[in-house]
Design a protein around this ligand. Structure first.
Ligand code: ADP
Ligand code: GN1
Ligand code: MG
Length: 383
């Protein structure tokens, strides 16, 4: 994050490079994302839009022009489709990038920082923890509809902003390398976590293997479907899927699993007291139902069968990534206290244990729900 003295004046200067309507009243830090620096730009004229300004994390994203091009294509595609759907509100249900004076959708400042701006979607909220069936249901609707709307997008137009993002083999290789280097002298504190990761190494490669064997189609997926990447309106209805930085080729089980990871957990993503972590099956059912209602008609049987596996894989991948960042000195994720990444990893592994305990139930719910929406599956995967 920029320091307070740096911020307001600097940010105002950045804002002036974009074609905004009205004048800036004030700017404040916003949201709880782990990657970008996000600010709410408030307009002096309330009848005009507010804006959301973001400094894109260039440690994470090495090719910002590609990232922005992906977002332009995806938002343009969704907007055009929504225009033909009665009762939809394209300006509220999809992000709108603001152009700079030079016609691009990003601005590079003198220090090499990349900035972008969206219309701020007023009267919306995002939640880090899900507490109600309604929220889980709206999450499934939002990510399911998003997938449905982009299912006919020409995949050749979308570049890979973060190659191998959910490739577990690559994540494990990076983890082992970090363990070997042990640059911060932290490996000695994580023996049980290392064992936890190693015990599951093979089984967690199942989705990757299925993909390699041509059993799972690569689609354009969102790849960061945590629940706080859905904006809900005042009535708690899903309004807009946000955080499109990672939209690129992936498997549907990744999007399902990442959403489940953040929706069914009775604790928070970084829960310090792991006894609070469990799986809320009612929330699992609600999300699965509304997600499959939107997607079952075009998913293959193998994809449906892969969804419960995705629900195990994503907390595993996140745990491995948090642990790797802990070993490497907390360079990737924003942390709020020393040891935060380790705490996050432990919480994700605890969630995974609970999901494993419930695996048969997860499979049954997915199968029954898919049947209900016309996609009959045969479950053959065993843990
Ligand atoms: P990060 O990649 O750091 O997670 P996000 O793009 O998800 O960044 O944005 C961070 C937060 O800002 C979101 O969780 C959401 O609360 C808020 N937000 C993002 N885009 C908008 C928007 N267009 N209108 C209103 N709020 C938004
Ligand atoms: C990051 O940007 P944000 O906070 O929505 C991360 C995701 C992780 C998530 C864990 C580009 O998401 O992959 O699942 O943190 N995004 C990137 O909370 O690495
Ligand atoms: Mg986000």
């Amino acid at each position: 994050m920029l320091s307070d003295s740096q911020t307001i004046q600097n940010l105002k200067e950045i804002v002036h490079h974009f074609n905004i309507d009205g004048e800036v009243e004030y700017i404040k830090h916003y949201g709880s994302g782990h990657i970008n620096d996000t600010y709410h730009v408030i307009n002096t004229n309330q009848a005009l839009p507010d804006y959301l300004l973001q400094r894109i994390n260039s440690y994470v994203f090495k090719n910002v022009p590609l990232l922005i091009s992906n977002i332009e294509i995806v938002t343009g595609h969704i907007k055009n489709k929504l225009k033909n759907i009665e009762g939809s509100f394209p300006d509220k249900q999809v992000l709108t990038l603001i152009k700079t004076q030079t016609g691009t959708s990003y601005f590079k400042d003198a220090e090499g920082n990349y900035w972008r701006m969206y219309i701020f979607l007023k009267d919306t909220l995002s939640y880090d923890v899900v507490t109600t069936i309604k929220q889980a249901n709206e999450g499934g609707k939002a990510f399911g509809a998003f997938q449905s709307l982009i299912s006919d997008l020409n995949a050749k137009l979308i570049g890979e902003t973060l190659p191998d993002f959910h490739n577990i083999e690559m994540r494990l290789a990076k983890f082992k390398n970090a363990l070997h280097e042990d640059s911060e002298n932290r490996a000695g504190t994580i023996f049980s976590e290392i064992k936890f990761v190693t015990d599951r190494e093979k089984s967690m490669c199942a989705i990757l293997e299925l993909g390699r064997n041509g059993k799972l189609p690569l689609r354009i997926t969102h790849n960061d479907t945590k629940f706080n990447n859905v904006l809900l309106d005042k009535k708690n209805r899903a309004q807009c899927v946000i955080d499109l930085d990672t939209v690129m080729p992936g498997y549907i089980a990744y999007d399902f699993g990442d959403a489940i990871r953040t929706i069914v957990n009775t604790g928070s993503e970084d829960e310090a007291d792991i006894s609070k972590i469990d799986v809320n099956l009612d929330l699992f059912k609600a999300f699965t139902k509304s997600f499959l209602k939107e997607t079952a008609r075009f998913l293959t049987h193998e994809e449906i069968n892969s969804l419960p596996m995705g629900a195990l894989l994503l907390p595993y991948i996140m745990g491995v990534r948090f642990l790797t960042d802990y070993l490497e000195g907390d360079k990737y994720y924003k942390i709020h206290f020393p040891g935060h990444n380790l705490q996050r990893a432990r919480a994700q592994f605890q969630l995974l244990k609970k999901l494993e305990d419930n695996y048969c139930k997860l499979q049954t719910i997915v199968q029954d729900t898919a049947c209900r929406y016309g996609n009959i599956t045969l479950i053959t995967n065993q843990l």
